[in-house]
Ligand binder design. Structure first.
Ligand code: SAM
Length: 378
């Protein structure tokens, strides 16, 4: 019987309920939810299944200890006492990421340095030498969450953040993270029985996530995970992960609804086309102006991240942006029977667009506050 652990999936603030819903659908019911994190229970195999399948999660963590961290010396002593020889050896590299803060440890780089010293000193004492640090591509990624004089110490099962699905060949100046694109879809009640279009697709992130979702494809099936590089990851774990990948591939549906994507910028459409090819999904692309969008037949979901001015373009100043939103609203309100899910990056969007949303969700696009507005056109 595989060991059961307390596990933690992390996600962007504002998407925790969507992540909790995804975990429940995987048969891994959440036991606790906090800002940016959802706890659940399971084996290492469950954690890997979560890495393969979750669309909104950034990381899946395996907590190994909760220790006192009432300042730098306390953190050092606590970490030095942990059995690091169970998780690291001299052939593997490691890195430390620090989240949160507590008194005396309010600079993450300083806390990470203290933690690195403690782990290196512990292993030098026990193994006679210390493993190297590799902050860019470590074999073992250790995550410290500091809060109220304590540190939660975890191993990162996913390794590199799960928003990196492994398909992105081209970016756009305003590309969304794949996890945020998934939140747009899950937060608007996406179902795989209606056609879909992103009429301002940029590099195609939302449309590609929609195609993966419609096909029931595990988003991270082509990814490698951090746990695969752990010294303790044995032959049985490798076989179990290979089976999980095969099972995920076998569940793919080939009879999904049509997925469309367009943009007025031909270069963006070409980038999106390349990304879709790498992701192995079928999307019908065109170069078109969103203000001339025709209804889907049958009516379906229109999800997009309209231009919001500033560095990502969209042209002109606020006045021009408002008149663009107004024209877009005038067109999209004619799409009867459709659902619209628009991720607005500009505070001017909602009033200029001119329709009343059925829901609003506050999210972040990196550091930028954005709002997911969902509309149902009668
Ligand atoms: C914020 S970006 C979308 C980024 C995209 N979600 C991604 O992840 O790559 C907005 C896009 O709207 C496009 N756009 C601007 N005005 C448009 C119009 N009138 N019709 C269609 N696309 C337009 C821009 O070319 C740009 O690619």
């Amino acid at each position: 019987m595989p060991a059961h652990h307390r596990l933690v999936a992390t996600a962007a603030a504002g998407t925790e309920d969507l992540l909790a819903g995804e975990l429940s659908a995987l048969g891994l019911p959440p036991i606790h939810r906090s800002r940016g994190a959802v706890e659940f229970q399971g084996s290492l195999q469950d954690a890997l299944r979560a890495c393969l399948s979750l669309r909104t999660a950034m990381r899946v963590l395996l907590p190994i200890a909760r220790v006192p961290a009432a300042g730098p010396d306390s953190l050092y002593a606590s970490l030095r006492a942990l059995p690091w020889q169970d998780h690291l050896d001299l052939r593997r590299t490691f890195a430390i990421e620090v989240a949160g803060r507590t008194e005396g440890l309010d600079h993450s780089l300083f806390a990470a340095q203290k933690a690195k010293d403690a782990i290196a000193d512990a292993l030098r004492e026990r193994l006679g030498a210390r493993p190297d640090v590799d902050v860019r591509d470590p074999d073992v990624r250790i995550v410290l969450h500091l809060w109220r004089g304590q540190a939660d110490v975890s191993l990162d099962v996913a390794g590199e953040s799960l928003h990196r699905r492994g398909w992105r060949a081209r970016t756009h100046r305003a590309s969304l993270r794949e996890t945020l694109a998934a939140a747009v879809l899950l937060g608007s009640g996406f179902t795989a029985d209606r056609p879909f279009i992103d009429p301002m697709c940029g590099a195609g992130t939302i449309a590609i996530e929609a195609a993966l979702l419609a096909a029931g494809r595990a988003p991270n099936v082509f990814r490698r995970f951090g746990a695969e590089r752990w010294p303790a990851f044995g032959e049985a774990d490798r076989r179990a992960l290979a089976t999980l990948r095969e099972e995920a591939r076998a569940r793919v549906r080939r009879d999904g609804p049509p997925i469309f994507a367009s943009d007025r910028d031909p270069e963006a459409v070409e980038a999106a086309r390349q990304n879709a090819r790498r992701a192995g999904v079928e999307i019908r692309f065109s170069v078109a102006d969103a203000r001339l969008l025709a209804p889907l037949d049958p009516p379906g979901l229109v999800a997009s991240n309209p231009p919001y001015g500033g560095h990502e373009g969209g042209g002109g100043g606020l006045k021009q942006l408002k008149s663009f939103y107004h024209a877009l609203g005038a067109r999209l309100r004619q799409l009867s029977g459709h659902t619209l899910a628009l991720l607005a990056g500009s505070p001017a969007f909602e009033s200029a667009f001119g329709l009343r949303p059925v829901s609003r969700r506050a999210l972040f696009n990196g550091p930028l506050p954005v709002t997911l507005l969902v509309y149902r056109i009668p």
